[in-house]
Write a protein that binds this ligand. Sequence first.
Ligand code: NAD
Length: 467
Amino acid sequence: GSDDFDDVPESLDRVESAGIAAVVESLRDAVDTRLAYPRRFRATQLKALERMLDAHEAEFVAALYTDLGKSPVEAKLTELDLVRAEIDHAQLYLSEWMEAKSVKVPLALQPAAAKVQAQPLGLVLIIGPWNYPLQLILAPLVAALAAGNAVVLKPSELAPATSALLAKLVPQFLDRRAVAVIEGGASASSVLLEQKFDHIFYTGGERVGRIVALAAAAQLTPVTLELGGKSPAVVMDGSHVAVARRLAYGKFMNAGQTCVAPDYVLAVGKAAELLEVQLAKAIGGFYGKNPLRSKDYGRIVNLDHFQRLRSYLDQGTVVIGGGFDEDELKIEPTVMIDVDPDSPLMREEIFGPILPIVKVESFDAAVRFINSRPHPLAAYLFSENPRLQSAFEDQVRAGAIVHNAPNMHLAVPGLPFGGVGASGMGAYHGRHGFERFSQLRPVFSKTAVIDTLRAVYPPYTWAKNKI
Ligand code: NAD
C-alpha cells in the first residue's frame, strides 16, 4: 500500500556521494582491526546506547511528536522502552551468546572436538522506516553491536526530526569508529547500496525491499527484509468486550501505522454485529467523543499517505468514524463493513486507522481466506478455544501467531520477530538478533600426534572387502 508512493529522490551531488563512500570506508578499518569484536567493547556500546536514551528521552519523545504526533506515553512504551528491553536483555545474555557451543563428534571421528562460535559479520547496513523511526533503527543496532559488528544506520527521511536527532546524538555516545549515521532518502540509500557491506538489514515496504534485495544480490550481500502486509484478525462468535479493546488498541496505536497492526477483521458467524457495537465503545473509551482532538491519538505521516487512506473510505460502508482533518493530517479511528475482497482496501496494506470487517461463515473459511493471500507478518486469533488455537497454529502461515493480544509479541525479546514469504525474510530480537548479525562458524579440531584417521586413507582395500 504505502509502496505506491515513490519519494522524489533529492539530488545528491558527487561530493556528498563521495562523502558517504568515505564514511563507509572508514568503518571498514574498524572491521579490519576487529575494534568492535571484544566483549568489553560491545558491552560499553550497549551501555552508551542506554545512556543516550536516558539522557535525551525528552528530546526523542518531542521528535516523535513532531514526526508523527505520537503521544509521549506511546512513544516511551513502543519506541524507547522497547529498545531498552532489547538492551537489558542483550546485556544479561551477551556472555552466554558469545560462548562457543560444543557439538558432539561422531564416534568414527573421535578423538576430536567440535564447536560453534558466533563471529561478527563485519560491516552492516541498517535501513529504517518512518513509522517507528527510533525503535526500528535502534533495536537492530542493539543486535548488530551485541554481535560485534561495525554499523551504518540510515534512518527514514520521512521522520526528519528523529533522523536528525539520531544523527546528532549517536556520534556523541557511540564509538564513531564503529557506528555512523547517514541521513537522506532514496538517493542517499542508493549510494549506500553501492557500497560493500557484509549484511543489509532493511525494514520497510515491499517495493523498496525488492530494490534493496536486487542491489544486495549484485554484491552477493545477505539481507534481512522486515516487510509488512495485511495481518488478519479472526474473531470468533461470542467474543468478549476485551476483544474489541485489544483490537482497537493494536489497530489505532500510532494511527494504524504499525507493521503488525491488525489490518482487517475476519468475523466468524454473528461476531460482526456485536463487534461493531463494542469497537465503538472501545474507541470512545480510548480517544473520547472527538478522537481528532485527542492528545493520545497520532497523525498520518504525510499528505500522500493521508490521501491514499482517504480514498479507502469510499470502498465500503463506514460504520464508525470516517471523519478527518486534512490540515492536521488526522483520520478518525474508522471501522468499515461491506468491503469488496478485491478492492484496493482489501488488497493493499492499509497502514492507517481504518479497520474493515469481513464476515466469514466459519473458522475454516477464515483460514482459507488468509492462506489464499500473501503470508502476513502476523495472524491474530481471538478465541479461548484451545482446539481452535492449535488448528490456527497448524494451518496458518504467518510471521507470527498471536492469540488474543495484537502487537504484544514484539515486546518479548526471546521471540524471533520477522516475516515469511511476502512479509519478509530473517528475524531478530534477543538471541535471534544476535545470531542474525553473526556467522555461526564451526570449529573442528583433532590432534595429529597420533594418526587416528589412518583407517580411512587410500588404498581403499578395507572398503573393497565391505562393498
Ligand atoms: P520508508 O518510505 O521510510 O522507506 C523505508 C526506507 O527505505 C527508508 O529509509 C527510505 O529512505 C528507504 N528508501 C526509500 N526509497 C528507496 C530506494 N529507492 N532505494 C533504497 N532505499 C530507499 O518506509 P515505508 O516503506 O513506507 O515503510 C512502511 C512499510 O514498512 C510498511 O509496509 C510496513 O508494514 C513496513 N514495516 C515493517 C516492519 C517490520 O518490522 N517488519 C516495521 C515497520 C514497518
